[in-house]
Design a protein around this ligand. Structure first.
Ligand SMILES: [Mg+2]
Length: 256
């Protein structure tokens, strides 16, 4: 192990819960006739002087290549006009569904860090149900959300936030991923650089120029080199490559 890396902590149990295509799923739930359409949450560019971005696309729209943050004009070009439906986001509704979901999380722990309306970290090392298994808790939460809120979600479980997040991304939608301490290095070695949260496009490009395509390549780089090249970010990348993220789950409710 690299002498510059901090000592790992694998004692925590952290769940990253992420709702699947949240805004779009809420609208499909409330209007099932939308389910077979390529549903895009964002203003129709034809009624908005060609302006606007996609807030969320459902999985039908994603099959056409539409994704969040894409311009709605580009999305319109990708999807046949007979298939596409644009809906203005209804944040008041999403916020209220989000607090319903959060109430279910608080039944397990108060150590909840919301990062968006549809995404949160839960530290369940200690939890209100006295459960040993984080997997049991996460499945219970996923089922409860489905039963009471009628929406699908994905989760990742690991000993830190960064791995838990990679886990929830890994098997979306309706995903369940557990990354145990002794599996982390292998799991990471197989991920593309673009799968690593927090590595921006510019850094991705620079890594590509160094011949770094995946986690395995990243694990071979010296921490010292990464720090020289990318400063603070380089130190974070080096830690992530080796499955280290000591950041705590900070109790935080998403601003209303
Ligand atoms: Mg989501």
């Amino acid at each position: 192990m690299d002498r510059l890396l901090p000592k790992n902590d694998t004692s925590r149990k952290i769940i990253h819960l992420d709702m699947d295509a949240f805004y779009a799923s809420v609208e499909m739930r409330d209007n099932p006739s939308l389910a077979n359409k390529a549903l895009i949450i964002g203003q129709d560019p034809r009624l908005n002087n060609g302006h606007g971005v996609v807030a969320t696309a459902n999985y039908v729209a994603r099959k056409f290549g539409v994704h969040s943050a894409m311009s709605t004009m580009k999305a319109l070009k990708l999807v046949p006009e007979s298939e596409v439906v644009f809906l203005k986001p209804n944040f008041e509704k999403y916020r209220s569904v989000s607090s319903q979901i959060h109430e279910l999380m608080y039944e397990m722990t108060d150590q909840v860090e919301s990062v968006a309306l549809d995404e949160a970290y839960l530290d369940v090392t200690q939890n209100k149900l006295g459960a040993y298994s984080a997997l049991e808790l996460a499945i219970r939460l996923q089922k409860k959300i489905f039963k009471e809120v009628h929406l699908n979600s994905s989760f990742g479980i690991s000993y830190n936030k960064f791995l838990a997040k990679m886990g929830s991304e890994y098997a979306k939608p309706f995903g369940r991923t557990v990354i145990l301490p002794n599996e982390a290095k292998i799991f990471l070695s197989q991920r593309k650089i673009s799968d690593f949260p927090g590595i921006g496009e510019r850094t991705q490009q620079q890594l590509k120029e160094l011949g770094v395509k995946n986690g395995s390549d990243l694990q071979k780089l010296d921490t010292e080199f990464l720090i020289k090249k990318f400063k603070k970010m380089g130190y974070v990348i080096a830690q992530h490559a080796h499955g280290i993220d000591l950041n705590p789950v900070v109790k935080k409710r998403k601003r209303k």
